[in-house]
Design a protein around this ligand. Structure first.
Ligand code: HEM
Length: 452
C-alpha cells in the first residue's frame, strides 16, 4: 500500500499569487473555486480589494462563529446571493432576513423533525433500491449522474409527487437549466468584479423558472383539494406548518417558493455528497472494505432503512469526511451592515465577508494532513473545532435539511456498498469544478462489480 501522503484524492489547485482583475476573470472562467487563494489553507483570514469592494476570506473558527452566530444581525447573506436566487425561489426562507425569515423558519422547523424524516425514509430506501437495480449488469457508470437521478427521485417524491411522473421530469429539467444559467457567476460577483464584465450566463432565460413555478403551483392547488397523504410528505407538513408565535401559515406563493428552495438546495447537494463519497471509496479500497463490513453486519442483505440510522457509524464518518474534502457549497458570503472586528481586523460597513468552506476545511492550522482522506477524524470521541467543519453552515441559518441529507446519504451509500464494489476507471478521475456547487467535471466514472 503506498503511503497515505503520497496518495491524495483529487483537489482544486488554488491560486498562489495575488491576481489582478483580469487574471481573476481568466481564472474564474476556468474554475471559480481557484479564485480562493492558496494561503486561505494556511492563514486564519485573508483580506483584499477587487474593483472597489473590500473583501475578507475568513477561516478562523472564532471569527466564523461571530459571523454565523454571535453577531448574526450584522452579517446577512450578500445581496448578490439573494439577487441570483430570488427569480427562482422568491423571498423564501433561504433568502429572507429578519422577521420574514424568522416566521418561515419557525413554521418549517417541525417539517424537518427527526420523526418526520424517519417517516419519509422509506422513500429514500426505494430510491436506493432503484439505483441498485439500474446498475445491474453495468460494468462502468457515471455515479454522479446516477446519484442526481436517485436524489431527484427522493426530493420530487417528498414534494410534488402528486403532480405525476411527467411533472417530475419537467421540474428536473427546469432546475438543471436554472442552475446552469445562474451558477457560474457567483464568486465573481461576490468579490466585486464590475457588472459590465460579460458573464457567460448573466441572463436568465425566463422559461426554466416559469416552468418550475407552474408545475409547483399546480401541485399545491391539487394537494389543497385532495388533502394530505397517508404518510405526510414535505408539502403536507408545510401546508400544516404554523409559526407558533405569530400563528402565520404559508400562502400558496410562499409554499411554492419554499418547496422549490428545498429542491434547489437539497437535491444536487446530496447527489454531490454521494458521488464524491463513492469516488473516495473507490480511491481508498481499505475504507470501502470497512464500510462493506459494516453494511454486511447491520443490513443482513437488505436495503438500508430508517431503522438503521444510528447503527451505521462508519458510514456516517465517511460522509462527514467527504463533506469536509468536497463541500457541495464551497463558499458562502455575507455583507457587513456596520463596523466590526474579526481576527483583530477592521470590518467596515458594506465589506464582503466570504466563508470559503472549501479552504477552511483544508486549512492546515485546523486539520492535520488536510488533503488526506481519513474518515477516522470523525470517529466517536475524536475532537475537531465545530466551526472548522461547516458544510451545512452553522448558527440560526444552519441548513434546515442537514439531517434529511445525512439520513438520505447514509441509506443510499450503505445500500450501494453492500451490493457493489466500486473501483476507479484509469484516466477518468473527476476534476472538482465550482459551478455554484462543487461538481466533479466529467462525472464520477467508476468500475462496478456485484457483491451479492
Ligand atoms: C449535503 C446536502 C446539503 C448541503 C451541503 C447543504 C448546505 C447548506 C448550507 C451551507 C446552507 C447555509 C447557507 C448560508 O448560510 O449562506 C444551507 C441552507 C439551507 N438548506 Fe441546505 N444543504 C444540503 C441539503 C439540504 C436539503 C436536503 C434541504 C431541504 C430539503 C436543504 C434546504 C436548505 C434551506 C431551506 C436552507 C436555508 C435555511 C435558512 O436560511 O434558514 N438543504 N444548506
Amino acid at each position: 500500500m503506498p503511503d497515505d501522503q503520497a496518495r491524495e484524492p483529487v483537489k482544486v489547485p488554488l491560486v498562489k499569487e495575488p491576481l489582478s482583475v483580469l487574471q481573476t476573470l481568466r481564472t474564474a472562467r476556468r474554475n471559480v473555486l481557484e479564485i480562493i487563494p492558496d494561503i486561505c489553507t494556511k492563514q486564519p483570514m485573508v483580506s483584499g480589494k477587487t474593483a472597489m469592494v473590500r473583501w475578507h476570506m475568513v477561516m478562523d473558527p472564532g471569527a466564523l462563529k461571530r459571523v454565523l452566530k454571535d453577531n448574526l444581525a450584522n452579517y446577512p447573506k450578500s445581496d448578490i446571493t439573494k439577487n441570483l436566487l430570488r427569480p427562482a425561489i422568491g423571498d423564501s426562507m433561504f433568502i429572507a432576513e429578519g422577521a420574514h425569515w424568522r416566521w418561515q423558519r419557525r413554521a418549517a422547523a417541525p417539517v424537518f423533525s427527526h420523526r418526520n424524516i424517519a417517516a419519509l425514509a422509506p422513500i429514500m430506501s426505494a430510491s436506493a433500491d432503484a439505483v441498485c437495480a439500474r446498475l445491474a449488469g453495468q460494468a462502468e457508470a457515471d455515479m454522479f449522474e446516477q446519484m442526481v437521478q436517485a436524489t431527484f427521485e427522493v426530493i420530487s417524491s417528498v414534494t410534488f409527487s402528486g403532480a405525476g411522473e411527467m411533472a417530475g421530469d419537467e421540474v428536473h429539467k427546469a432546475i438543471d437549466r436554472f442552475i446552469d444559467q445562474s451558477a457560474r457567476v457567483s464568486l465573481l460577483d461576490v468579490i466585486g468584479v464590475p457588472t459590465w464584465v460579460p458573464r457567460p450566463s448573466r441572463l436568465f432565460g425566463g422559461n426554466p423558472v416559469a416552468d418550475m413555478k407552474r408545475v409547483a403551483d399546480a401541485a399545491i392547488e391539487k394537494r389543497r383539494k385532495v388533502g394530505a397523504k397517508e404518510v405526510p410528505d414535505l408539502l403536507d407538513l408545510l401546508l400544516e406548518g404554523m409559526d407558533p408565535e405569530t400563528k402565520r401559515q404559508m400562502n400558496n406563493a410562499e409554499l411554492r417558493d419554499n418547496l422549490l428552495t428545498f429542491i434547489v438546495a437539497g437535491h444536487e447537494t446530496t447527489a454531490l455528497t454521494l458521488a464524491w463519497a463513492l469516488y473516495l471509496c473507490a480511491f481508498d479500497q481499505d475504507v470501502q472494505e470497512k464500510l462493506y463490513s459494516e453494511a454486511v453486519a447491520v443490513l443482513d442483505g437488505r436495503i438500508a432503512g430508517p431503522e438503521d440510522i444510528g447503527s451505521l457509524p462508519y458510514t456516517e464518518q465517511v460522509i462527514k469526511e467527504t463533506l469536509r474534502l468536497y463541500p457541495p457549497a464551497p463558499f458562502i458570503s455575507r455583507t457587513a451592515q456596520g463596523p466590526d472586528e474579526l481576527c483583530g481586523r477592521e470590518i467596515r460597513k458594506k465589506d464582503t465577508v466570504i466563508l470559503p468552506i472549501y479552504a477552511l476545511q483544508r486549512n492546515e492550522q485546523l486539520w492535520p494532513e488536510p488533503d488526506a482522506f481519513k474518515p477516522d477524524r470523525f470517529a466517536k470521541g475524536a475532537k475537531y473545532d465545530r466551526f472548522a467543519w461547516l458544510p451545512f453552515g452553522d448558527g440560526p441559518r444552519v441548513c434546515i435539511g442537514a439531517h434529511f441529507a445525512m439520513v438520505e446519504a447514509q441509506i443510499i451509500l450503505a445500500s450501494l456498498i453492500l451490493r457493489y464494489k466500486f473501483e476507479p476507471v484509469a484516466g477518468k478521475d473527476p476534476v472538482p469544478e465550482m459551478v455554484l456547487t462543487l461538481r466533479p467535471k466529467g462525472g464520477v466514472w467508476l468500475r462496478i462489480s456485484p457483491r451479492i
